[in-house]
Design a protein around this ligand. Structure first.
Ligand code: PLP
Length: 496
């Protein structure tokens, strides 16, 4: 399997090379040249018995091998054994729970209590092997812009990894108190964390500019440093995410919830479009996913795009109670468009140029036909908060504010279309990670101190607090610096 750039201007590379590079040299994103198929008639088969027996790791190994054909089975097994272990609160790794008429795929039993752990527990292992395979002799510096959850998961994954530095930039006013505290208390000799005055798009654009600065890359190379990324622009982030859809499907069959050939819908709370793209890859692998419901909050650029074919970021940026989805430029959409265009790099380059210069692009009519598997919907805060409270009151199932956006979009979709297909709603964070919004939504009153909400929710609901969020408020602050977007490059330079 080779990986090519979405913008058509770079050589095809191996999986290991794509993982080390992060972004392609022509600023495109690496995509698998062809989409593997594991299930169904053309499928090369999947060892189901092994998945029943060994669980999540087996599903992950078989999925990873389908894309990363330059890794040996034993290398992949080393990665999954290191990643999916006791760091996760449950041996199931990614449980599926039935509630509110749907199935919730819980992706937050990892060490930072959000779904980014699923990929970022694995990426350091994939990268370490990739460095060896590609004879890279430089130290790898991982640069990451975060809307909150990626940052902590990347820090936890890369802390004290040999021959690596990890540098994280977060919007200083755009993350929750819990998210911020998780990041600025991270230990590790190779850990660097900076707040940015601005929103997530400012942080992401600033980091992209550093990646695109050829002269800076040369300066760093002279110092023996090579930049890479732990953001979902790195294909090593996406491939591990395909696995949890495979695993969830097999679990739904095993528990008798769906029949072997029965298809189901997925509904994904979406920001940078990585998670839902992984669902689409899973569909292409042969997992019988019927429709993909793309759920947004008030920053509904994707809803509008799926409905009209026009992607337009020229609008107000809304700060919501689902900050990890407060995004106007969803990087991974570029990958989907490349696949849907039949691999037309020139066309993608045109669209991305228009996005850079005009803040918008019109994909044209072809895209609406090709997007027919997708449904775009959005949930305003008031609606999704009401659904969160309703699900707790009626079913005693507690979800976070991001998952509540997806739950709301699914309910409205099912009502308006009459589609009763069983639906897997992707639950992307523990409710404790967004404790303030969740507590206020449950009517538990306001507190001065954000951390007081955690105990309040526990006392009210009895839902256990994830171990990664315990005693956060008493940990020492190690990284308090806040900088301007224009200072990102300088911060990188002195960190690595
Ligand atoms: C990152 C994140 C999202 C958005 O996922 P994408 O892959 O960027 O679409 C949704 N919910 C939570 C809690 C997240 O951390």
């Amino acid at each position: 399997m080779k990986f090519v750039s979405t913008r058509g201007g770079a050589d095809a590379v191996s999986g290991a090379e794509a993982i080390v590079a992060g972004l392609a040299p022509d600023r495109g994103l690496y995509v698998p040249e062809t989409l593997p198929k594991l299930f169904g008639e053309e499928g090369s088969g999947f060892d189901l018995a092994d998945v029943w027996q060994r669980g999540y790791r087996s599903a992950a190994e078989q999925t990873l091998l389908a894309y990363l054909s330059d890794y040996t089975r034993s290398e992949i097994e080393t990665c999954t054994a290191g990643a999916y272990d006791e760091k996760f609160d449950t041996a199931e790794i990614a449980p599926v729970t039935k509630a509110g008429g749907a199935y919730f795929l819980e992706l937050w039993p990892g060490s930072t209590a959000a779904f980014k752990d699923m990929a970022l527990s694995l990426l350091p292992y994939l990268l370490k092997i990739a460095v060896r395979k590609t004879d890279e002799d430089k130290k790898i510096a991982i640069l990451t812009a975060t809307s909150g959850d990626t940052g902590k998961a990347a820090l936890a994954g890369f802390a004290d990894v040999a021959d690596a530095e990890i540098v994280v930039f977060y919007p200083s006013a755009g993350v929750s108190a819990v998210q911020k505290r998780q990041m600025i208390t991270q230990k590790g000799a190779n850990v660097h964390v900076f707040g940015i005055r601005g929103n997530f798009d400012d942080a992401q654009t600033g980091v992209k500019n550093v990646f695109n600065d050829g002269q800076f890359a040369e300066e760093l190379a002279a110092r023996g440093v090579r930049l890479s990324s732990a953001n979902s622009i790195n294909i090593g982030r996406l491939v591990p995410q395909v696995a949890y859809y495979v695993n969830a499907w097999l679990r739904l069959i095993a528990s008798g919830e769906i029949a072997k050939n029965e298809s189901f819908n997925v509904c994904v709370p979406t920001g940078n479009f990585g998670n839902i793209l992984a669902a689409w890859y899973a569909k292409k692998l042969g997992v019988p996913i019927a429709r993909l419901l793309c759920a947004s909050n008030e920053n509904k650029v994707l809803t509008d795009f799926i409905r009209t074919g026009r992607y337009d970021t020229k609008r107000g940026f809304v700060l919501t109670s689902s900050p990890s989805m407060d995004i106007l430029v969803s990087s991974n959409l570029e990958r989907l468009l490349w696949h849907l265009s039949g691999g037309d790099g020139e066309r993608i380059l045109d669209l991305m140029r228009s996005l850079d210069t005009e803040g918008a692009f019109d994909a044209g009519d072809w895209v609406r036909t090709e997007l027919s598997d997708f449904y775009g919907g959005f949930a305003p805060m008031q609606r999704s908060h009401a659904e969160l409270a309703g699900l707790w009151n009626e079913d005693h199932y507690l979800i976070d504010t991001h998952t509540a956006v997806a739950y709301t979009v699914w309910k409205e979709y099912a009502e308006s279309t009459g589609d009763r297909t069983r639906t897997l709603i992707v639950s992307t964070a523990s409710p404790y990670k967004f404790a303030g919004s969740v507590a206020i939504t449950l009517g538990l009153g306001r507190e001065e101190d954000e951390f007081a909400y955690i105990e309040k929710i526990r006392a009210h609901t009895g839902v256990p607090i994830p171990y990664g969020l315990m005693n956060l408020d008493t940990k020492p602050i190690l990284h308090g610096e806040v900088i301007l977007r224009s200072e990102i490059k300088e911060a990188v330079s002195r960190s690595v």
